[in-house]
Design a protein around this ligand. Structure first.
Ligand code: ADP
Ligand code: F6P
Length: 472
């Protein structure tokens, strides 16, 4: 078994099996924030990524991707249903996102969560060199740090939660809350997107486990576990370079023409998820049309909503509701060749996304709750001429950083409508000033800065960082 000095452990591998029309198996980068964040970092390091390849049955053997070894962990049909669709995405996901949908609790799901976390910990123990740095990602694998420490006490273990972490009152609903907290506390460093999340976690360590804790550290079995916030970011330079490409500019111009050359284009790009506030946004847009504030001929909305977690009931219901609403709005307000909403559900490659961002005069990112939201950051990075207004939810992690965005509370329909109108009608010099400030922020706080600050905190003597070359 080949071993590595840096191992990333995440539920998913960064690529996905998308079978081509001729039946040939192709591996393609998956949409999703975690993949976007880690992809650019690992290209620089000889590392192994432990994860699931999508699908069920025996784990496929995958080629290296940009020099990163892919180590697959298999899931059976039952594992997929009870771990990924069950405990991860129908218990933890809704609970961690303010319970905007009702979390479900089933003992069988918890058993599967333990079983799969064991499997990931064992696979990681096999591929990690002595003294390696292991970086465990996200809510699917919260027991892995504790399990891995028991198997391999020589490792330096980090855990980072990409999604929101709930207030203690919500987390306390989890029947197995103590086990989950102990699992995470197997790490040497626990990272969150926001300082409030680290605070919530410390409060829970005190309340549930009776441990001595501050917002910076928790003492467990005479070990100090450090905690902190490390807001994740994107490869801003890569997105700007993409947006600057002549073919991307041409594609953006073509897109604008194909959209009927409207005066203004509003864009939203989401996974089809009830946390993203898609329904609330559609309602606000449709009311602005019926109130007469927005004219379909002058303004179009492009809503990209790539299907996600399609076998989970709440996601199926959401998709049906969104599609019904898009149909209603287009039926009521569209004309032949002039729909009010252009609704697209397919995955786009990075250049297509960059072209979409270039074409959008207003980007509407209005989740009800989101750990960070990288789409907001991608839009800012792609606006290389400093134009474009970002409408952003206060409840996205990005809202805490991009304070020059047009910030809205997506639960407040009137506020959402006013925010959208303000972004549409903003004076160009104001828009430019805001965008320039946000772009400067992102140039400094990019994915490299994120990885550097997390790994520097995890890897005391700095040896890993110098090997990774992330010190630039
Ligand atoms: P989440 O992690 O909840 O999916 P983020 O906004 O943080 O949300 O990240 C979503 C990522 O997925 C972004 O990098 C975005 O560019 C990508 N993405 C979203 N929709 C698509 C799509 N239709 N095609 C390709 N990539 C997409
Ligand atoms: O950000 C949360 C997250 O689960 C990420 O881990 C992932 O990138 C994204 O949402 C997509 O979700 P899934 O892996 O369930 O398709």
């Amino acid at each position: 078994m080949r071993q590595s000095s840096l191992v990333v452990v995440a539920n998913r591998l960064p690529i996905d099996d998308s079978t081509a029309p001729d039946g040939a198996c192709e591996w393609r980068r998956r949409p999703g924030g975690l993949v976007t964040a880690l992809h650019s970092l690992l290209r620089q390091a000889p590392a192994t990524w432990v994860g699931w390849a999508g699908g069920t049955g025996p784990a496929p053997t995958l080629p290296d991707v940009d020099g990163v070894r892919m180590h697959t962990v298999p899931l059976t049909v039952d594992d997929l249903r009870d771990h990924y669709e069950g405990f991860a995405n129908a218990t933890l996901w809704p609970l961690y996102h303010d319970a905007v949908e009702q979390p479900e609790h089933h003992r069988r799901w918890w058993e599967a969560y333990q079983r799969i976390n064991q499997r990931f910990a064992a696979a990681t123990a096999d591929v990690a060199e002595t003294g390696a740095v292991v970086w465990v990602q996200d809510y699917h694998l919260q027991l892995v740090p504790g399990l891995l420490r028991a198997l391999r006490p020589d490792l330096r273990i980090g855990f980072f939660l990409h999604v929101a972490f709930p207030p203690p009152e919500l987390f306390m609903q989890l029947p197995r809350r103590a086990e989950l907290l102990r699992g995470i506390l197997g790490a040497d460093l626990v990272g969150f997107q926001r300082a409030q999340a680290a605070h919530n976690f410390a409060q829970l360590a005190v309340r549930v486990l009776g441990l001595p804790a501050t917002d910076r550290q928790i003492v467990v079995d005479d070990r100090v576990v450090r905690i902190g916030s490390f807001p994740v970011s994107i490869d801003s330079a890569e997105m700007a370079a993409l947006a600057n490409r002549a073919d991307v500019a041409d594609r953006a111009n073509r897109l604008r023409r194909d959209l009927g050359s409207p005066e203004q284009v509003i864009l939203s790009v989401d996974r089809m998820d009830y946390t993203k506030g898609i329904e609330q946004r559609l309602k606000a847009y449709s009311e602005l049309i019926s109130d007469g504030h927005v004219k379909v001929r002058d303004t179009v909305l492009v809503q990209v909503a790539v299907p996600s977690r399609e076998r989970v009931g709440q996601y199926q219901i959401l998709r049906e509701r969104v599609e019904r609403e898009v149909g209603r709005i287009n039926g009521e307000f569209g004309r032949v060749g002039e729909p009010a909403i252009h609704y697209l559900t397919r995955p786009f490659d990075r250049a297509e996304l960059a072209a979409l961002y270039r074409v959008a005069d207003v980007m509407a990112v209005t989740p009800l709750r989101d750990g960070m939201n990288l789409v907001a950051k991608e839009y800012v990075a792609a606006r290389v001429d400093d134009t474009g207004a970002l409408l952003l939810s206060e409840f996205a992690g990005a809202g805490a950083e991009l304070s020059q965005a047009y910030l809205v509370n997506p639960h407040d329909l009137e506020g959402l409508k006013q925010g959208l109108l303000a972004a549409l009608r903003a004076r160009p010099d104001h828009v430019r000033k805001r965008m320039r400030a946000m772009r400067a922020h992102l140039r400094k706080h990019d994915i490299h800065a994120w990885a550097r600050s997390y790994l520097a905190a995890l890897d005391d003597n700095g040896s890993l960082l110098s090997r990774l070359g992330t010190t630039r």
